[in-house]
Design a protein around this ligand. Structure first.
Ligand code: AMP
Length: 217
């Protein structure tokens, strides 16, 4: 069965780092809409120019644009044998569109990483990224050789806005997905290797649920 994984969780929950590891282990692409948008901004594309201000204030880029990006990306050959979505969907409209896009494939496995609000604020205000490749500090070590800087949308005011937007627009996705036999929650308030182990166990148990029930998307 192909692993078609959606990582849910607030900014700062560790989704990106965990998604990266699972993608590497499984040999499937990690698709981060934040990374795709940052690359578009960097390259000065039309989407990048439109997204720049929205991202800088911690708001969400429009559903139409995001759905278009994901439709195109999941249509590429390397996503046939599975994928990990990091940062998409972020709204119920995006989730509904995703169900449509993946119709006929193996069912989505959705894992939520749960982390309390106070811990998120602390982590985001400390997060450092490589100014050359954008990777977080631990992942960046020794890679692109860039300087470690604070991500431009990790300053205090924008962090609070991103958390607010998460609660208003993205948290409802838990309700959207939680009745599915392939939905799991993982405690993100643990050392990263424990979170990783719990994630692997959650993905395996979700996969067994699908096999047992013959669930289709
Ligand atoms: P991230 O790296 O996932 O935290 O995303 C950084 C920023 O990109 C977000 O704060 C949004 O402005 C934008 N963004 C990323 N993914 C989405 C999405 N699925 N829908 C709307 N905006 C997004």
């Amino acid at each position: 069965m192909a692993l078609n994984l959606v990582m849910l969780g607030p900014p700062g929950a560790g989704k990106g780092t965990q998604a990266e590891q699972i993608a590497k282990a499984r040999g499937i692409p990690k698709i981060s809409t934040g990374d795709i948008l940052r690359a578009a901004v960097h390259n000065g594309t039309e989407i990048g120019e439109r997204a720049n201000d929205i991202m800088a204030r911690g708001d969400l880029v429009s559903d139409d644009v995001m759905i278009g990006i994901i439709r195109e990306r999941l249509g590429q050959k390397d996503a046939d044998k599975g994928f990990i979505l990091d940062g998409f969907p972020r709204t119920v409209a995006q989730a509904a569109a995703l169900d449509e896009i993946v119709k006929g494939r193996d069912p989505l496995v959705v894992v939520e990483i749960v982390v309390p609000e106070s811990e998120l604020e602390r982590r985001l205000s400390m997060r450092m990224v490589c100014d050359s490749c954008g990777a977080t500090a631990d992942a960046a070590a020794g890679k692109a050789g860039g300087r470690l800087v604070q991500r431009s949308d990790d300053n205090d005011r924008v962090v609070l806005e991103r958390l607010k937007v998460y609660h208003q627009r993205t948290q409802p996705l838990v309700e959207y997905y939680q009745m599915r036999p392939t939905f799991r929650s993982v405690n993100g308030l643990q050392p990263p290797d424990r979170v990783a182990a719990d994630l692997i166990a959650a993905i395996e148990s979700a996969g067994r649920g699908v096999a047992a029930k013959g669930v289709r998307p």
